[in-house]
Design a protein around this ligand. Structure first.
Ligand code: HCA
Ligand code: CU
Length: 375
């Protein structure tokens, strides 16, 4: 779990998000922001997808970023020949192995898949580039077929093999089991790609790392095909708890909010209210009992420290669930002097008002000030 790496796919999987349309300038801006954040790899849309995709791929390769640049292609020599000319550091190759994809998508059998995989891998390696081989829809593929093809590509020297939960059907236990089985038959690194159709993407990513995978595919805000994949920020939240020193030293966490805002604006969505770390209320404490404990020691009700992400916590005191400790802290912020008994009395007035209607900060402040000046 400790030394995981990130393959950031906002500029590949993320382009498959319903709302995504990235201009060349926007892609460059996002690539630079991802690089500043410290992701290990940036994966780009296939250069054969469109003429613009090819030019953008070349342009991003020329930026001289610290992150390694990958492109993502079908397991086909036509694609591979174009990919190796773009200037990328490596190529991610994928082919469907489930019965669905073999029947309704490319119509090829496992022998054909193995043959074309070997041809493409040997070609990309001969150009001195990194190469990953992945099976699409791995969790609905025959396990014997899967392990055989991975064994074959491992023998000819791929850098990584990938598992993809293309339809988001997998659960954490299945992920753990598949990664363990795969680990017992290959010696290369294992990368995992999880869609979030059933809400398991981050949990699955964590299970994969526990099982011995090394790399996780992410997108900023989790954007991607349908409802997307593992979100970069959510994975950071999970991993800073599990491997705090590694995550804090490796990733520029204070840039997360700007990075998410950049992508949210580019694809015209809001930051989700319940987003880990950057959701508007992610560090807002409301109930009186919580507020009291947070004021005494934030760890009582916080597993993440907002300061690690350059964010401040907020004690929500303008509501009927408030308590006198939260109001006392507001009284101090207002620079007023009240005894504890007086604070308790004014708190009752605020709670009564909060039973009748939603309160704003102004409402609470004027109750406090009126009470104070009537003393
Ligand atoms: C798709 C392909 C993919 C590929 C994942 C990978 C998937 O758009 O269907 O290369 O590992 O989810 O299977 O994104
Ligand atoms: Cu995908």
């Amino acid at each position: 779990v400790n030394k995981f790496q990130i393959i950031e796919s906002t500029l590949r999987e993320g382009e498959q998000f319903a709302n995504a349309f990235f201009s060349t300038e926007k892609k460059i801006e996002i690539a630079k922001a991802l690089d500043d954040f410290g992701v290990d790899y940036i994966e780009l849309t296939s250069p054969v997808a469109s003429e613009q995709s090819r030019r953008d791929c070349e342009a991003i390769c020329k930026l001289g970023l610290k992150a390694k640049i990958l492109t993502h292609i079908r397991c086909h020599m036509d694609d591979a020949k174009v990919a190796v000319e773009t200037g990328v550091d490596g190529v991610d190759v994928v082919i469907g192995t489930s019965k669905f994809l073999r029947q309704y998508s490319h119509g090829k059998d496992m022998n054909y898949i193995a043959k074309s995989a070997i041809e493409v891998i040997e070609f990309v390696k001969s150009k001195g580039l990194e190469i990953r081989f992945s099976s699409e829809d791995s969790f609905r593929s025959d396990i014997v077929d899967l392990l055989n093809i991975y064994k074959t590509v491992d023998k000819i020297g791929v850098d990584r093999v990938g598992i993809a939960d293309t339809v988001g059907c997998a659960n954490p236990r299945q992920v753990y089991d598949l990664v363990r089985s795969l680990k017992s038959v290959v010696s290369c690194d294992i990368e995992c790609h999880f869609h979030d159709d059933t809400g398991c993407a981050i949990g699955n990513a964590y299970s994969a790392l526990e099982g011995g995978a090394k790399l996780i595919d992410t997108c900023v805000l989790g954007i991607g095909e349908r409802n997307g994949i593992v979100p970069l920020g959510g994975l950071m939240a999970r991993m800073i708890v599990s491997a705090p020193e590694y995550v804090k030293s490796k990733y520029n966490l204070k840039k997360l909010r700007d990075l998410e805002t950049l992508v949210a604006e580019a694809v015209e969505v809001n930051l989700p209210f319940n987003n880990p770390i950057t959701g508007f209320c992610a560090f807002t404490h409301k109930a009186g009992i919580h507020a009291k404990a947070i004021l005494a020691n934030p760890s009582t009700y916080e597993i993440l420290n907002p300061a690690d992400f350059g964010i401040t916590r907020y004690i929500h005191f303008a509501n009927k669930l408030t308590g006198w400790n939260a109001i006392k802290s507001r009284v101090e912020q207002l620079n007023l002097q009240l005894t504890d008994d007086q604070v308790k009395e004014v708190t009752q007035k605020i709670k009564q008002m909060g039973d009748i209607r939603p309160l704003g900060i102004d409402d609470v402040d004027s109750v406090i000030k009126d009470y104070h000046s009537a003393l």
